[in-house]
Design a protein around this ligand. Structure first.
Ligand SMILES: [Fe+2]
Length: 366
């Protein structure tokens, strides 16, 4: 295996075994040899998906490979070493999903990783053409799995601890929701389809918790409300194309038959009612769902509320929802991120949205 070649660079060190030998003798001699070569620690390493290294030209930290079955870590790239995409492709092509770094270097890794991505939403990302190309070529946010969403959020600059927190809420609440038979059947369909509705539910959950964390409203009850609303916002719709309509001025909406238009317009109220009918959800949660398509300038639906009369939790939710929707429906590029960023700043930062917007900006600061 070529990745072990560096172990054998100094041939004088190699142990010697005479034929015929048995399995035990061979294993012992290899184990003794490796012991002197490999760091023994285990718990202190963090797995990093191998493709996350593709962006580096120089290693920000030392990286290791896990020796399956041995629980040991073999150093494969040194800190500061010059690296090329092919160096990592080699591992990925062999099906090696993760490289490992020392946990104490994790923060440094994330910091340099974010700088390299130029992806801190906004200015840096859209500044240079080189940065732009790099971003479009190499950052592919994969939203089809929870792991992909985690990675995407980390790449966007959301703190690991926030993602873990949101993840715990998301999982617990999903389990609780499924305890009601009616919800179980609706959510069961949603989760197995892994489509826009499912991805929107997860992304909105994580982002709204991340924003909430940076506001004075931060507490467990509110996290629960936001996550429940994220998962249940569109449960009264079974067509994901209808859930994607966020602007009733769009031609897609205008072209719909009258009944379907009604279905779109009323789904926030119907989803909220479905939740109320279960009898176990708070009125705050239902209210967030009722208001999830309202917009700060009053152009939303169904009630044309605006930034002077929307609830504070709704404002957090609407920002998270809008951001998630755009991430899921547009090609991810520096331009898209720049445009989302300036749109939120111009349109989602006044009145009752002020604190939510501040929280949003702060949740992307490392
Ligand atoms: Fe919706």
């Amino acid at each position: 295996m070529p990745e072990f070649m560096e172990l054998f660079e100094n041939r004088n060190e190699l142990p010697f075994l005479t034929k015929p030998f048995n399995k035990e003798e061979l294993v012992k001699i290899v184990a003794d040899f490796l012991k002197t070569k490999i760091e023994l620690l285990s718990e202190s390493y963090a797995p990093i998906s191998a493709d996350r290294f593709l962006i580096f030209k120089e290693m920000p930290v030392q990286a290791f490979m896990k020796m399956t079955g041995l629980g040991k870590y073999l150093p494969v790239f040194n800190k500061g070493a010059e690296v090329h995409e092919e160096d990592f492709r080699k591992y990925i092509d062999k099906g090696i999903q993760y490289l490992f770094i020392k946990k104490e270097e994790y923060e440094e890794f994330i910091k340099v990783s974010n700088e390299n991505l130029g992806l801190k939403l906004g200015v840096e990302a859209s500044d240079s053409d080189e940065g732009k190309n790099k971003l479009e070529e190499q950052v592919f946010l994969q939203f089809h799995s929870i792991e992909g969403i985690h990675r995407a959020l980390r790449d966007l600059g959301i703190k690991e601890t926030t993602i873990e927190l949101a993840d715990r809420f998301y999982k617990t609440i999903l389990v609780n929701l499924k305890k009601s038979p009616k919800m179980a059947s609706i959510l069961g369909k949603l989760v197995t389809k892994k489509n826009y509705l499912y991805q929107l539910g997860i992304l909105t959950s994580y982002l709204s918790v991340a924003i909430l964390e940076k506001t004075e409203l931060n507490n467990n009850e509110n996290s629960e409300r936001l996550v429940t609303a994220s998962i249940c916002q569109d449960i009264s719709l079974d067509n994901e194309d209808l859930a994607k309509i966020v602007n009733i001025e769009d031609q897609t909406f205008k072209d719909l038959p009258f009944d379907t238009k009604e279905e779109v317009m009323t789904h926030p109220i119907r989803s909220a009612q479905l939740l109320i009918d279960q009898g176990v959800f708070s009125s705050e949660t239902a209210n967030i769902i009722r208001e999830h398509h309202e917009r700060p300038d009053g152009s939303g639906f169904p009630r044309n509320l605006d930034s002077s009369n929307l609830g504070e939790l709704s404002c957090i939710f609407i920002i998270a929802h809008h951001f998630s929707h755009r991430l899921l429906t547009e090609p991810l590029s520096a331009d898209t991120l720049g445009s989302i960023n300036s749109e939120l700043k111009e349109q989602f930062s006044q009145g009752n949205f002020e604190k939510a917007y501040e929280g949003f900006v702060n949740s992307f600061k490392s």
